[in-house]
Design a protein around this ligand. Sequence first.
Ligand code: SF4
Ligand code: MG
Length: 321
Amino acid sequence: GKPILQVKNLQKYYPVRTSLGKTKAYIKAVEDMSFDIYEGETFGLVGESGCGKSTAGRTLLKLVEPTNGEVIYRDEDIFKLKKSSLKHVRKELQMIFQDPHTSLDPRKKVGYSIEESLAIHKIGSKQKRKSLALDILKKVGFNEEHYYRYPHEFSGGQRQRIGIARSLVLQPKLIICDEPVSALDVSIQAQIVNLLKSLQKELNLSYVFISHDLSVVRHIADKVGVMYLGNLVEQASTEELFSDPLHPYTKSLISAVPLLNPESKREKIAIQGEIPSPLNPPSGCVFHTRCPFAFERCKTEVPKNNHIHNKRTVKCHLYDE
Ligand code: SF4
Ligand code: MG
């Protein structure tokens, strides 16, 4: 079938004033990023903190103004939509955050918070909204009694389930989950990930799952994109990415994850140094300052997105034709 969402050459730069106040510099948060998401599929977006994952997630819903690129949803470029159509699209493209606290009003009973998102989109009568809120609370494992409770009466994992309910009540097609389990205990993480997976099956949802944790992404994603300094340096099916990582950065990330199967062979790639500043990213390949395979050309020439097979891509000169 066709992708539900196509991201093409997404770019997000933040202007910053230099100390002289005259010349403008840019934080290059997202650079030339392209990927597709299919119905019912999870696209995992991984990378270290500060690599631009969250900015990418927000930009593709136009929650922050894009610098360049296209995001095609239902044959329309989200970036070109008028305010009213954008509002309609936003209903179908929801976001879940790391800390559901920020989206839940502490003074409101959680049932009201869920109904509120329906009211904002002018969906249903007051009575209808309440029954929809109750239905969705049940879907994430609560009952009528929880409807009348306040956010502080719930644990972190429970609040995340309420956050999920709050976006689900709008019947979205795609949800961008930005580090949804990172603040939770490991045992609770699995519960939330499994809940997201079963809801996906039941409701045919698509997810963009943003995380710095490869083992979580491996558990939920069908495809994975690896980000480094604003660049999507590699993308592949989860299976291929973990069994045969191509980009030196992906290799280093994967070699740091404990082996599930101790007999499988794996290259040990250790990278040195810190991530450079996105305000002044390295020339050529952004990874060249830390890459053990870097050669002369890597310092000057930006690698193109090499297509390997099966929509697998890698931005690295080692795979140039
Ligand atoms: Fe390393 Fe060069 Fe490939 Fe960049 S392009 S990842 S520096 S080998
Ligand atoms: Mg983030």
